[in-house]
Design a protein around this ligand. Structure first.
Ligand SMILES: [Zn+2]
Length: 409
């Protein structure tokens, strides 16, 4: 190949590499100061999926604000569509109805302009509600009240059910993060921002001097908020980050008290208290736990004593790096044909509709180690009404993520 043809070919390759359409949803989220690498197709596929952990370590709420600053929608507190009646903040009649089977089914329609990856991101965010709470998001048939999830201008939602079709805006370029989607869906379920709770002054100090007068109403406290008898949650997906609305770079607007170093704002998705609050508000009887440390352990109730009959528990393992690995240390379950009685089942993802990693398992043989394909794994433990045993004990760790560079080095 002569030099000229080589240069043309090289230019073509470079164009093909750099011009590859990176999914829109990462556009606003990939600005980093890291050294630029030549982008290859493989790198693009390694970009965080909409449902994955944000590598940039940016608070969920800061992502929301970044997108919403260009929104023409009038918003309160950064992302809430004001109600016509302002006194409705107590939201007594704006919960979604519960079916007789205890499930709260919330009908939704999706913007037809969403592409497959957007739809998957939204479904993944919804699936965690279904796995951990009694909230199920279901495709709308003819229900009067429903969520219209659209790529409007920004990430925003109404507070609670307002009647008819109500928009939850999940814009394609910037809102397609699991935590952001869950934040907006929680507003629609009837939750306010955590730091606007009536008791917030016992837990955080609002640094008014760093908040411009125009933004101060966004830090309003709701004296009659429904706190559900559950503790203040610094790690709620509904909490602002420390620098939200600051007018002075480096100066926090919300400081936890008494210990200012407690992390606030969220990057991963719903917290255990977020889940507990949903279950309390909607009278769900659910046994569900999120384990989101880099490693940890889980056991069946009472272990090593016998577990109870008729239990139904799930653990969502959510590590920060890419793959979660599960290791059983003890395993003793009632043995039945096909494990139809008591069993443990493990899913590759955050919901029971995720692929199965370990199908129903019972008896006393310790299962092999299990590695998920991502940072999410769901462990389900079901027991029937007859016979018990000592149950199980397991540990999990994050398997170090393999970057291409380390594979080739
Ligand atoms: Zn919000």
């Amino acid at each position: 190949m002569d030099l000229k043809r080589f240069l043309v070919f090289a230019a073509f390759l470079l164009h093909a590499a750099l011009g590859f359409p990176i999914q829109e949803n990462y556009e606003n989220s990939t600005a980093t100061t890291e050294p630029t690498e030549v982008t290859t197709q493989e790198d693009i596929y390694e970009s965080p999926l909409p449902t994955e952990t944000d590598e940039e370590d940016e608070d969920i709420f800061d992502k929301i604000l970044k997108v919403n600053k260009d929104s023409s929608q009038f918003l309160q507190e950064g992302d809430i569509v004001p109600r016509r009646s302002r006194s409705a903040i107590n939201c007594r009649h704006c919960n979604w109805p519960q079916s007789s089977d205890g499930i709260v089914r919330i009908p939704y329609v999706l913007d037809p302009t969403y592409e497959e990856s957007h739809v998957k991101g939204i479904h993944d965010a919804m699936a965690e509600f279904e796995a951990l709470t009694c909230i199920n998001f279901v495709k709308r048939k003819a229900e009067r009240d429903y969520l219209s999830i659209r790529s409007a201008d920004g990430c925003w939602s109404n507070y609670g059910r307002v009647g008819g079709g109500q928009t939850v805006s999940v814009m394609k370029g910037g809102c397609m993060w699991k935590g952001v989607i869950q934040h907006e869906l929680e507003h629609a379920l009837g939750f306010l921002h955590e730091h606007s709770r009536s008791d917030r002054d016992k837990h955080v100090k609002i640094m008014w001097e760093y908040i411009s007068p125009a933004d101060r109403p966004d830090f309003k406290k709701f004296e009659n908020s429904n706190n559900l008898g559950l503790p203040y949650d610094y790690s709620s997906v509904m909490h602002y980050g420390p620098y939200t609305f600051t007018n002075t770079t480096g100066k926090a607007t919300i400081v936890p008290i008494p210990d200012g170093s407690v992390p606030i704002g969220q990057r991963q998705g719903m917290s255990n208290l977020d889940v507990a609050k949903i279950n309390k508000l909607y009278n769900c009887s659910r046994c569900s736990t999120i384990l989101d440390g880099p490693s940890g352990s889980l056991t069946s109730a009472n272990h090593p004593k016998n577990y109870s009959d008729n239990t139904n528990c799930v653990w969502l393992l959510r590590t920060r790096s890419r793959k979660v690995s599960l290791h059983f240390q003890a395993f003793q379950l009632q043995k039945t044909r096909g494990c139809q009685g008591d069993y443990v089942k493990v899913y590759d993802g955050s919901s029971k509709s995720s692929p199965v990693l370990m199908d129903k398992t019972c008896g006393s043989k310790i299962p092999n180690d299990i590695v998920a394909s991502s940072n999410l794994m769901l462990v389900e433990f079901i027991t029937d009404g007859a016979h018990t045993a000592s149950g199980f004990q397991a540990t999990f760790t994050a398997v170090r993520r393999q970057r291409r560079s380390s594979i080739h080095n």
